[in-house]
Design a protein around this ligand. Structure first.
Ligand code: ADP
Ligand code: MG
Length: 460
């Protein structure tokens, strides 16, 4: 029998106290089912949807077997992107507060080698990184994995999608044969089993199903004909008038096309896909999450790690090839108890896919023709906020409070006029009431923030 209390696990007092301090009062289901297996030292394949607490599951596990007195790299977490590595690093650092002097280093591409080399002079206890950069360090012998105890493949499905399989195998060749290998994934495609059998030893399998939650999501499928897909999309938006919506496409090019079509009709829409540079990606995500952009058009890969609460609508512009991916896409709407809606467009020839989805989600789907919504009113929702970019960020020690203070200093703007503030290394995005954008810009460009001058501009 399992208990959902962390105190039912053989964890140190310091770790239990730390979890309490983090406000982790109970284990999430994936933690409850995987931690006993991990703490016994077994290999594991764990599947649970995004946001289910997988990082803490392996984080608590790898910290449990860590010997902080040994200055060798004992745990390695391989992640698909820099952004996800950073998220994992942050969570591990929070968990590691229970063990003073634990050294955790991120090794990701897109960052200068110099700082990483310096930080590897004394080997970190834990390394988190992306495959390409890890291989680079292994080649330079700046990273040594001879004493590794725990290897984690995080977001394994996505790493497979991105073609990292060979890189991962090359990294694994540099680790000891006797090690614990933990594989975490949001979906469970066939290839996961293949990689597991080549790198794991008698893994135990834990899956936390998401089926029941899908029942809260209303799913409607519209059958479209050739050349009617875009019209159908406009009609779906007009019919539903969502204040926020993610549209999934299978290809990057298609994301751009759809974004262009929506923008040309005055809709605040942005594409998010793997060809964007990190800074553009950060900006688009900020614009969508701060509600200065209503519609995000994304590929599955790009939408990973996207954490948007209360998304009222997901549209599948094209059906995914994999029913599990469909379930995952749709699972992004209707979070936190709110009812969500998912609308999918499909061609007659794709009926078998629709049936496979019906089967997978164990839910009766509503299937209609796009003609049922022909002549819907136009989609009229427009954002009431705009995004301003300030040329200062975390590295400039600019805090959200400083910016809020600068904006409200003359009382022309009130706290209600200001939305989300997202800080990056050298940039900050702040959402402000669209009607007060000029005042806000004036304030930021002509007044000081924290005693210094910064530049601000509106981004579209
Ligand atoms: P996943 O990797 O499954 O997508 P994360 O590990 O990023 O999910 O966790 C999602 C969020 O849940 C994080 O903000 C994390 O701090 C929080 N979280 C994890 N475990 C718990 C817990 N036991 N209780 C409360 N919050 C938790
Ligand atoms: Mg994760």
């Amino acid at each position: 029998m399992t208990s959902s209390l962390f105190s039912s696990l053989p964890l140190s007092k310091a770790m239990l106290a730390n979890l309490q301090a983090l406000d982790y009062s109970e284990m999430t289901p994936i933690q409850e089912h995987s931690l006993p297996i991990i703490l016994e030292g077994n290999d594991l394949i764990a599947q649970a949807k995004t946001g289910s607490g997988k990082t803490a599951a392996f984080g608590i596990g790898l910290l449990h077997s860590l010997d902080v007195g040994q200055f060798v790299t004992q745990a390695l977490v391989i992640c698909p992107t820099r952004e996800l590595s950073d998220q994992v690093c942050n969570e591990l650092r929070r968990l590691a507060r229970a063990i003073p002097n634990t050294k955790i280093t991120a090794l990701c591409g897109g960052k200068p080698m110099g700082g990483q080399l310096a930080s590897l002079e004394r080997p970190p206890h834990i390394v988190v990184g992306t495959p390409g950069r890890l291989l680079k360090h292994l080649a330079k012998a700046t990273l040594n994995l001879d004493y590794l105890k725990t290897l984690v493949l995080d977001e394994a499905d996505r790493m497979l999608d991105m073609g990292f399989i060979d890189d991962i195998k090359s990294i694994i060749e540099r680790t000891p044969e006797k090690r614990q290998t933990l594989l975490f994934s949001a979906t469970y495609p066939e290839e996961i089993k293949h990689i597991s059998s080549s790198v794991q030893h008698e893994p135990q399998d834990v899956r936390v199903e998401t089926h029941h939650e899908n029942n809260k999501i209303e799913q409607v499928f519209y059958e479209v004909e050739k050349d009617t897909r875009t019209d159908a999309l406009f009609n779906v938006l007009g019919e539903t008038q969502p204040n926020a919506c993610v549209i999934f496409c299978n290809r990057k090019q298609q994301c751009d096309d759809v974004a262009r079509q929506l923008s040309s009709r005055g809709i605040a829409a942005k594409a998010l896909h793997g060809d964007l540079e990190q800074k553009d990606r950060d900006r688009v995500l900020s614009q969508f999450s701060n509600q200065s952009c209503n519609v995000l058009i994304a590929t599955d890969v790009a939408a990973r790690g996207l954490d948007i609460k209360e998304l009222p609508l997901v549209i599948n512009y094209e059906l995914s090839h994999d029913p599990e991916v469909h379930v995952h896409r749709v699972g992004r709407t209707g979070r936190a108890g709110a009812k969500g809606k998912a609308i999918s467009l499909f061609k007659t020839s794709e009926m078998p896919k629709v049936l496979a989805i019906e089967n997978q989600s164990q839910q009766t789907l509503v299937i209609k023709s796009y003609r049922d919504i022909a002549g819907a009113q136009v989609y009229a929702v427009r954002p009431n906020k705009v995004t301003l970019e300030i040329n200062g960020g975390r590295k400039d020690k600019l805090r959200a409070g400083d910016i809020l203070g600068a904006l409200t200093a003359t009382k022309e703007l009130s706290g209600d006029d200001i939305g989300k503030i997202d800080r990056f290394e050298r940039l900050t995005y702040v959402a402000v009431n669209a009607k007060k954008a000029a005042v806000a810009l004036n304030q930021l460009n002509n007044g000081k923030i924290k005693g210094r001058m910064f530049k601000a501009r509106q981004v579209n």
